[in-house]
Design a protein around this ligand. Structure first.
Ligand SMILES: *[C@@H]1O[C@H](CO)[C@@H](O)[C@H](O)[C@H]1NC(C)=O
Ligand SMILES: *[C@@H]1O[C@H](CO)[C@@H](O)[C@H](O)[C@H]1NC(C)=O
Ligand SMILES: *[C@@H]1O[C@H](CO)[C@@H](O)[C@H](O)[C@H]1NC(C)=O
Ligand SMILES: *[C@@H]1O[C@H](CO)[C@@H](O)[C@H](O)[C@H]1NC(C)=O
Ligand SMILES: *[C@@H]1O[C@H](CO)[C@@H](O)[C@H](O)[C@H]1NC(C)=O
Ligand SMILES: *[C@@H]1O[C@H](CO)[C@@H](O)[C@H](O)[C@H]1NC(C)=O
Ligand SMILES: *[C@@H]1O[C@H](CO)[C@@H](O)[C@H](O)[C@H]1NC(C)=O
Ligand SMILES: *[C@@H]1O[C@H](CO)[C@@H](O)[C@H](O)[C@H]1NC(C)=O
Ligand SMILES: *[C@@H]1O[C@H](CO)[C@@H](O)[C@H](O)[C@H]1NC(C)=O
Ligand SMILES: *[C@@H]1O[C@H](CO)[C@@H](O)[C@H](O)[C@H]1NC(C)=O
Ligand SMILES: *[C@@H]1O[C@H](CO)[C@@H](O)[C@H](O)[C@H]1NC(C)=O
Ligand SMILES: CC(=O)N[C@H]1CO[C@H](CO)[C@@H](O)[C@@H]1O
Length: 848
């Protein structure tokens, strides 16, 4: 990018106008432009574009110049050949050819239009340089694109934009692609499902960038306005500016905009959001990752060195080739690292560069190691397929990020010399390095002494520091759980959330913020509050949470445990929480869930809880099931969040009422009595949520519509009367496709779940089968089996935090137990049903 100081620019423009004004309009053969005189140029009629030399960069030495068509302000949109020295020149020869010469008179570029009758050249206001004979255009810069497309430039099949080894092209079936070295396609975008197959009916598609910032494909078979493929961020914004599409030398395709005369660029769209996913960005054996400012290239380990120490993007090479250490070859293990694998490599039977297997990581590694000449590295893709790729010797390029679940292995000569850990590269240790470096000059002997001293000091300093401990604990954790969560530094999360700016909500355990990780992944960051646990216990819980994988559970990506900070990083759910859809005012119809969506959310939630209770490794009682904790993804799939957190809060042996964060209306009655909390408490909460999904009403809300009764109580009465339609959300009335059988099942299941007596409530697995209609549902017993003033009444009076409970004077019924006597069995080991029933019936008796 050209970045010239404004003063220079102004001078340039002024001089260009004064000296070269005569070059507006047609230029006849015989004219010459000199690199030494950058003020000379051929101008377009309104001087929007110029053709001439621009310095490659102000300080390049020796100075070199580009022969370019450039936009007002000096932004090149087309360049001829390569940079030349200050003695270079551009000659419009009398034969009609345009030729770029270096100082040594060597031909750098030629338009190859000699002896075709070319009689004039001109630059138009779209930036197109045209060589014409008397009747027609013989050559134009628009037909010979380099790395840029500007508005009104027609880009057709067969043309390419090129930058280094990267190319951009339009395919005959309408897809646009980015390709590395004419072989590996790392970005591929089609029109839509009706056009993206090779069989699509396009005749001769062409691509055009509109000046308002859209990139569209045109074809006879498409509507005349074209099919829009890309919108720039500043799409349709007004202003005197040029937008253009450019293939940059980092392999990314971008839309830029530049204000007239400013000489500066703003990028408005990039094809590959995650720069590290551009094939070969870091060269052969280079590993891409991010630092605070952007992508950086490193070598996989210290068994490698940069090919060109001055340009880390050129890639790495082994210090000792594997052929030179037969019998001593081993695998370098790279956690959270992906070796990029794109078509044709990733297609079965496609390329010769890799082989695909469905095997575990360790088998993948072993297979490669034992395959003497045929395998150089192995990688497991993070696309959920669980595929193992064995890479044949050739070009290998990687991406490393704490958020990548991939693991890779590369053959090296032993011993393995891992890269220093990130923490060793920052903070205190770098200070030590600089110190050591100044001393090195003083003498080799001292240096050796110092290095060992430094190492000793470093170890001593960090022996007990939380960071050092944190790292070792992190690796212990990696071994503990297969779907290992990633550890983040607090400052990384601060940056990802822009200083905890965009709050998504506040839950019982703390606030949740939206964030974007360095690799572009959108996440929800939960800042936990009130954690009383130590570091080690926190990590254990995080490991438990992250070992639970279910379609209907929000995935934990990582965590942060640094000093007093405890944060959890979750995948981001586009559509927010269920309550925002259920409890809305009549006129927000866009957010109204139809019955099919509601039923699938109810079933999904039930399946998630079943998994937590019965199927996962360490059983988890959720303790806070409510619509706010049921999130919806873009397809309205239910994802339960906040599971496993109750354990974190209830760390103390004696749990006090104050620490309960359950929510009013959803808390099972046993929370308020001296009974153990078991999975049955979750069933109660689920029943309340299920009723709300059907009715669109908060279960504890009273209104004229419900005869001033709690919705749940009123609903049961209506059910007894046989008025099932009355319970269903009236906004669904008149909607097609409300399956009354499903409604009936859901209502009955919910009444079973919200029974006061835990033993009467079904297990979650049975709830699923009842909802699915696999098992018969008996008529649920009355909710009022227990007298009105019994424990059931408490829910209504509970504020959102039960801690207020003990101060409440509005309660009737048994007085709450004092905090110190509130001792529930461990949440992770639910009390046996027998005990529970005894306790529960004892309580009921005492009330009678
Ligand atoms: C032009 O000549 C200079 C030396 O005079 C050389 O460094 C440069 O590579 C040449 N450029 C081209 C494109 O040949
Ligand atoms: C001009 O060029 C076109 C296309 O190359 C050619 O068909 C035409 O004959 C040329 N006219 C003259 C006068 O040379
Ligand atoms: C682009 O050029 C092709 C071939 O010259 C032509 O068929 C097509 O109509 C042009 N498209 C536009 C939008 O001008
Ligand atoms: C690009 O491809 C060519 C042949 O297809 C190959 O010879 C060359 O080594 C490749 N370049 C790199 C950097 O791998
Ligand atoms: C065209 O692009 C789409 C993605 O937009 C992709 O799914 C499809 O496979 C591509 N078609 C071909 C033939 O590569
Ligand atoms: C394209 O057409 C061929 C032959 O008609 C067929 O075999 C192939 O499956 C089609 N491909 C797609 C993607 O529809
Ligand atoms: C695909 O795009 C074309 C052109 O914009 C449009 O007419 C068509 O409806 C789209 N098809 C689908 C399935 O979205
Ligand atoms: C990130 O890396 C780039 C390129 O190596 C370097 O210029 C920049 O200073 C680095 N930034 C930080 C904060 O380390
Ligand atoms: C293998 O490497 C080890 C240490 O790196 C070395 O001691 C041993 O001699 C090597 N063996 C061979 C066969 O080169
Ligand atoms: C939607 O309803 C709310 C409250 O019922 C009201 O304030 C608002 O004006 C309504 N909006 C529309 C667009 O009707
Ligand atoms: C949503 O559904 C579409 C189509 O079935 C699928 O491609 C997409 O991956 C789904 N999204 C999520 C987040 O599951
Ligand atoms: C209310 C809301 O945000 N709805 C969105 C749910 O997700 C779909 C798919 O991404 C969007 O189209 C809706 O707008």
């Amino acid at each position: 990018m050209i970045n010239r100081p404004p003063k220079f620019l102004f001078l340039h423009l002024l001089l260009a106008f004064l000296l070269a004004a005569m070059a507006i309009g047609d230029v006849t053969p015989g004219s010459t432009l000199y690199a030494s005189d950058t003020d000379q140029a051929w101008l377009s009629p309104t001087q929007t574009f110029s053709f001439g030399f621009i310095p490659l960069s102000p300080q390049s030495s020796p100075p070199s110049f580009l022969a370019a068509i450039y936009y007002s302000g000096g932004i090149p949109i087309w360049t001829a050949g390569a940079p030349v020295d200050s003695a270079g020149s551009l000659q419009f020869l009398s034969t009609g050819t345009l030729r770029l010469l270096n100082g040594s008179s060597s031909i750098v570029w030629d338009s190859n239009t000699g002896n075709l009758g070319v009689s004039s050249a001109s630059l138009d206001d779209f930036g197109n340089l045209v060589l014409k004979n008397d009747t027609a255009t013989v050559w134009s810069s628009f037909d010979n694109p380099v790395d840029t497309i500007v508005p009104s430039q027609n880009f057709t099949v067969g043309k390419v934009l090129r930058s280094g080894l990267y190319t951009f092209s339009l395919l005959s079936y309408g897809n646009i692609t980015l390709t590395w070295n004419n072989s590996i396609t790392y970005w591929n975008k089609g029109l839509n499902s009706s056009f993206n197959s090779e069989n699509s009916s396009l005749n001769s598609p062409s691509l055009e960038l509109q000046s308002i910032g859209t990139l569209s494909v045109f074809d006879e078979t498409l509507p005349s306005v074209g099919a829009i493929m890309v919108y720039s961020d500043d799409y349709a914004e007004a202003g005197d500016m040029l937008r253009f599409l450019k293939l940059d030398n980092d392999g990314n395709l971008r839309i830029y905009s530049s204000q007239r005369g400013s000489g500066t660029l703003t990028d408005r769209w990039a094809a590959v959001e995650d720069q590290c996913r551009v094939y070969g960005y870091c060269g052969d054996m280079g590993i891409c990752s991010y630092n605070d400012t952007g992508p950086i290239c490193r070598c996989p380990s210290q068994n490698f060195e940069f090919i060109d120490p001055k340009d880390s993007r050129k890639g790495c090479k082994r210090k000792v080739e594997t052929e030179d250490c037969p019998g001593n070859v081993t695998m370098l293990d790279l956690e959270h690292t992906l070796l990029l694998t794109y078509p044709p490599q990733s297609v079965f039977g496609g390329g010769s560069e890799s082989e695909v297997f469905f095997i575990a990581v360790s088998a993948c590694r072993l297979n490669c190691l034992s395959n003497a000449g045929g395998c150089e590295a192995s990688t497991v893709l993070s696309d959920g397929t669980g595929q193992c790729y064995l890479k044949k010797p050739g070009y290998i390029t990687g991406y490393s990020s704490p958020a990548l679940p991939s693991t890779s292995h590369i053959k090296v000569c032993s011993p393995v010399l891992p890269n220093p850990l990130p923490s060793q590269l920052s903070g205190k240790s770098s200070g030590w390095r600089v110190h050591g470096w100044t001393l090195i000059v003083q003498g080799v002997a001292i240096v050796f002494g110092l290095i060992s001293l430094e190492a000793g000091l470093w170890l001593w300093c960090f022996r007990n520091s939380p960071r050092f401990g944190g790292l070792s604990a992190q690796y212990a954790l990696l071994e503990y759980a297969s779907g290992a969560p990633v550890q983040f530094w607090y400052k990384d999360l601060q940056r990802a959330t822009k200083g905890f700016k965009e709050k998504l909500g506040t839950g019982g355990f703390g606030s949740v913020y939206k964030g974007v990780l360095a690799n572009g992944m959108v996440v929800a960051v939960k800042q936990l509050e009130g954690i009383e646990q130590g570091e080690k216990q926190f990590r254990m819980e995080v490991a438990t949470i992250s070992s639970t994988h279910h379609l209907n559970l929000v995935r934990l990506i990582g965590f942060c445990s640094e000093g007093r900070h405890r944060l959890l990083v979750y995948e981001f759910m586009k559509n927010g929480s269920l309550d925002q859809f259920l409890f809305i005012t009549n006129n927000q119809t866009g957010k109204l869930l139809n019955w099919e969506q509601r039923f699938s959310i109810a079933l999904g939630t039930a399946k998630a809880i079943t998994y937590l209770h019965e199927e996962c490794h360490d059983c988890i009682v959720h303790c806070d099931i409510k619509p706010e904790n049921i999130l919806l993804d873009e397809n309205y799939t239910a994802k339960v969040s906040d599971f496993g957190l109750a354990k974190l809060i209830h760390a103390k042996e004696h749990r006090s009422l104050a620490s309960i964060r359950g929510t009013r209306g959803y808390l099972a009655p046993e929370w308020l009595s001296n009974l153990p909390i078991t999975s049955k408490s979750d069933i109660y909460s689920y029943g309340m949520v299920l009723l709300e999904i059907v009715g669109g009403f908060r279960n504890f809300e009273m209104s004229a519509e419900t005869n001033m009764k709690k919705f749940s109580v009123w609903a049961y009465e209506e059910f007894e009367k046989g008025n099932v339609w009355g319970i269903v959300d009236r906004r669904l009335a008149g909607h097609q496709g409300v399956d009354m059988e499903q409604v009936m099942r859901a209502i009955q299941v919910s009444f079973w779940c919200i029974q006061e007596q835990p033993s009467l409530r079904p297990r979650m697995e049975k709830v699923v089968r009842m909802l699915e209609g696999i098992v018969e549902i008996d008529k649920p017993p009355s909710l009022l089996a227990v007298p009105e003033q019994s424990i059931s009444g408490f829910n209504t009076y509970l504020s959102s935090d039960v801690s207020n409970f003990s101060h409440s004077h509005t309660l009737s019924g048994p007085a709450p137990t004092s905090s110190s006597s509130f001792q529930a069995a461990s949440l992770s080991t639910p009390a046996s049903e027998g005990n529970l029933e005894r306790a529960s019936s004892a309580l009921l008796r005492s009330e009678d």
